[in-house]
Design a protein around this ligand. Structure first.
Ligand code: URA
Length: 272
């Protein structure tokens, strides 16, 4: 076939192109002819979850779909965990989430568990997966600078994610994956008991505040988040730093959101 690449340099260039496009995980042992496979909505597909034309997973051992059994088991494990250490251990032994098949590490959390401010992002990317820590890549560096602008750092905040294993190719987590990880995130919040919660990006805001509104509409507006124990935590959705890296014009609103967090800290007596 004329499109076949046989030259070594071309092969390396083709691989590099795929890595730059985010396809940096082998999700099956054998290569598949994706275009010939019938379409399916398999959760392991690196294509966008909403795409009807998504190709099926390549042939090979299929990962189990995120199931309601998985959500039930996540809820039971999360409820039983009486400390962050116990929760992390329970999550490390949890095998129902299909993302574990392709992720290198569980990305549990980072920062200070005694912090009064907790931030929640979307899902780990490549750097986070490699290091097993949230927000350590480019967007994490911007998040650190945003926190630094109001005198915060990883000793004074706790950082978690909606999804604790990297979706292959950095695609958005599916609803099923988010549902399966939500009990773990909610238990984390309950165990940390922050005075302020910050939803970093639309995924976190929509999951925790149970809204379908877009981030542009809800950012910068405080809303209550209630834990199962009835603790009400003032919660602020902000733009995700990955979005800010692409949309410099939004940094002005992002700055105003950081000032709103600082003002809330003052109001709650959290500043020295
Ligand atoms: N983006 C997120 O939402 N979370 C991370 O941990 C890294 C990037």
């Amino acid at each position: 076939m004329s499109s076949e690449i046989t030259d070594r340099a071309d092969l390396i260039a083709a691989l590099r192109w795929q890595v730059e496009a985010g396809a940096d995980e082998a999700i099956a042992d054998v290569p598949g002819q994706w275009l010939k496979e019938p379409a399916s909505a398999d959760a392991t597909s690196p294509a966008p979850a909403s795409s009807k034309a998504a190709p099926s997973a390549a042939p090979g051992p299929a990962a189990p779909a995120a199931s309601s059994d998985g959500v039930r088991s996540a809820s039971a494990l999360a409820t039983a965990a009486d400390s962050l250490e116990a929760l992390q251990a329970a999550m490390a032994g949890f095998e129902a989430c299909p993302l574990q098949k392709t992720a290198k590490n569980l990305v549990f959390a980072d920062g200070n568990p005694a912090a009064r401010i907790m931030l929640v992002g979307e899902a780990p990317g490549r750097d986070e997966d490699l290091q097993g820590k949230p927000f350590v890549g480019r967007s994490g560096q911007l998040l650190d600078r945003m926190l630094g602008s109001i005198g915060l750092d990883r000793d004074t905040v706790f950082i978690g994610n909606c999804v604790h294993w990297r979706p292959p190719g950095n695609r958005k987590p599916t609803d099923a994956e988010k549902a399966m990880c939500l009990p773990f995130l909610k238990r984390q919040i309950e165990l940390v008991e922050p005075a302020i919660l910050v939803c970093v990006g639309a995924t976190a805001a929509q999951s925790l505040l149970e809204t379908t509104d877009g981030i542009t509409r809800i950012r910068g507006k405080w809303r209550p988040y209630s834990t199962q124990k009835g603790l009400i935590i003032p919660t602020l959705p902000i733009f995700h730093p990955a979005f800010l890296l692409r949309s410099a014009a939004k940094k002005r609103e992002a700055w105003s959101d950081m000032l709103a967090i600082q003002a809330k800290m003052t109001e709650l007596g959290l500043l020295g």
